[in-house]
Design a protein around this ligand. Structure first.
Ligand code: FES
Length: 117
């Protein structure tokens, strides 16, 4: 089994099946090249009590990174820069309303499309 304990950005990678809501911030190649380490740090600076903030491997949305997945309501964000994080935290993670302009349209279109036939 992989040991992530020595990696500063991946030191808390866990299973998405844990009960506590999680914010996953991809730290893999494409996202890393677009500043995902800064995005992760921005979430960590918020000291969220209700969420675990975790770096993770590729989430399969490489062309639109940095990719962020919020497990509590399965919201997927794309192109999330560190400057976007305070707004996402205030509006979504604390206020309960996803930030539409940062939603990953490929994923959310698929989800919405399923309900609309
Ligand atoms: S590299 Fe981040 S989603 Fe694939």
């Amino acid at each position: 089994m992989a040991d992530f304990s020595t990696s500063p950005s991946l030191d808390r990678v866990t299973s998405p099946n844990e009960p506590r809501p999680q914010v996953f911030v991809c730290q893999h190649r494409s996202c890393a090249n677009n500043g995902s380490a800064e995005t992760l740090q921005a979430f960590q600076r918020e000291n969220l009590e209700a969420f675990d903030v975790l770096g993770c491997g590729c989430l399969g949305q490489c062309s639109s990174g940095p990719t962020v997945r919020v497990t509590s309501d399965e919201t997927w964000y794309c192109r999330v820069k560190a400057a976007d994080v305070p707004h996402i935290v205030d509006r979504h993670l604390k206020g309960g309303e996803p930030v539409e302009e940062k939603l990953n349209s490929r994923i959310h279109r698929m989800v919405w499309g399923m309900g609309n036939g």
